[in-house]
Design a protein around this ligand. Structure first.
Ligand code: NAD
Ligand code: WQD
Length: 342
């Protein structure tokens, strides 16, 4: 398929472009580089052995997107078979300070994108949603049927609202096929060490913080709370290797090809690990110490969240192949080869 990847220079997007190209798809990337670097796409090119066509464009820019569509369209003015839509701002913390920026970027951006796509004959989309739409899950493992919960920040709200917006668009026009993928917690990097996660400033997420402690950039890890109702008191999450997550998108294209209408899948491993288990796995996998201190709970965190991944297994043939040791090894390989990112 000919696929438009928005946000394709970012963490999950760049890994997905690799898997798409390696599975024979033709890819064009659109990204405004607000949280990434064009060098990521050069690295992707190195991995797959060909240059990735790239447009530096903001998804809120209708004229810019239309220009790109014109350049990519065939005689029938069809530009793409499917759009995999990663572009968005993604920090829950930051979104509490900058709600307007988050609603504008994520919601306005998606509305403009969808409108331009349909004008150029593309009514197929795979959307990056998040386990955060479940809020504090009523039961674990979380199935797709679990009711959506109260999101504790504007970022989560944008994902939840966009799921509804895309559902309404599909309901009104059955020509649309839309797959909502609810990611659990992606970790790790490509085995080559050429691409990986590159947060600017102080990392919010656990693994980039751990690797920055390990590489000597930060003194110690803050473990947010050890009094949760979990086996060792620290928060439990479903960490999934970013390459597995990327492969999940290749699998989701099959649902699009089968004209799924609207489909929702969790992408996770189904196994939860506590913060201290991740620290231990990292130390054992890499032979590096990660000093830590226990701090207060972080506002908005839930005790436990892990997926029931059975639906994606059953319907898409998606199974995570990598375990927590692979994730820790690959995250460290990336960080130590690229201490300052790209
Ligand atoms: P990322 O920040 O690395 O990638 C997002 C990319 O989108 C960046 O390259 C950024 O420059 C680009 N972008 C942002 N706004 C844009 C705009 N208006 N126009 C064009 N490009 C724009 O983030 P990621 O971790 O790769 O996440 C990808 C998607 O997956 C996001 O939608 C995110 O919300 C979602 N998601 C991420 C996680 C996670 O833990 N990383 C979990 C669940 C869902
Ligand atoms: C994991 C665990 C923390 C950092 C967030 C978003 C979610 C999704 C994924 C985008 C928790 C603990 C963390 C640290 C710590 N992103 N922790 N010290 O919060 O599950 O999910 O990223 O969609 O929407 O909310 O991931 O990596 O921040 O935290 O102890 O320095 O690690 O308390 O238990 P989270 P995380």
């Amino acid at each position: 398929m000919k696929i438009l990847v928005t946000g394709g220079a970012g963490y999950i997007g760049s890994h997905t472009v690799v898997e798409l190209v390696q599975n024979g798809h033709e890819v064009v990337v659109a990204d405004n580089l607000s949280n990434s670097n064009a060098r990521a796409l050069e690295r992707v090119g190195q991995i797959v052995g060909k240059k990735i066509p790239f447009y530096q464009v903001d998804i809120r820019d209708k004229a810019g997107l239309s220009e790109m569509m014109e350049a990519c369209a065939d005689e029938g003015r069809r530009a793409f078979d499917c759009c995999i839509h990663f572009a968005g701002l993604k920090s829950p913390n930051e979104s509490i300070r900058l709600p307007l920026e988050y609603y504008d970027n994520n919601i306005t951006g998606t509305l403009v994108l969808v409108d331009v796509l349909r004008r150029y004959g593309c009514k197929n989309m795979i959307f990056s949603s998040s386990a955060s739409v479940y809020g504090d899950p009523a039961v674990v493992p979380v199935t797709e049927e679990c009711p959506k919960g109260q999101c504790t920040n504007p970022y989560g709200q944008t994902k939840s609202m966009l799921e509804q917006v895309l559902t309404d668009i599909q309901t009104a026009d059955g020509e649309w096929n839309i797959v909502l993928l609810r990611y659990f917690n992606p970790l790790g990097a490509h085995r080559s060490g050429l691409i990986g996660e590159n947060p600017s400033g102080i990392p919010n997420n656990l693994m980039p913080y751990i690797t920055q402690v390990a590489v000597g950039k930060r003194k110690e890890l803050n473990v947010y709370g050890d009094d949760y109702d979990t086996p060792d008191g620290t928060g439990v999450r479903d960490y999934i290797h970013v390459v597995d997550l990327a492969c999940g998108h290749v699998k989701a294209l099959q649902a699009i090809e089968k004209k799924c209408g609207l489909a929702v899948y969790n992408l996770g491993t189904g196994r939860g690990y506590s913060v201290l288990e991740v620290v231990k796995a990292f130390e054992e996998a890499n032979g590096v110490k990660v000093p830590y201190v226990i701090r207060e709970r972080r506002a908005g965190d839930v005790a436990t969240s892990y997926s029931d991944p059975a639906k994606a297994g059953r319907e898409l043939g998606f199974y995570a192949r990598y375990d927590i040791v692979d994730m820790c090894r690959d995250a460290w390989n990336w960080q130590k080869n690229n201490p300052d990112g790209l």
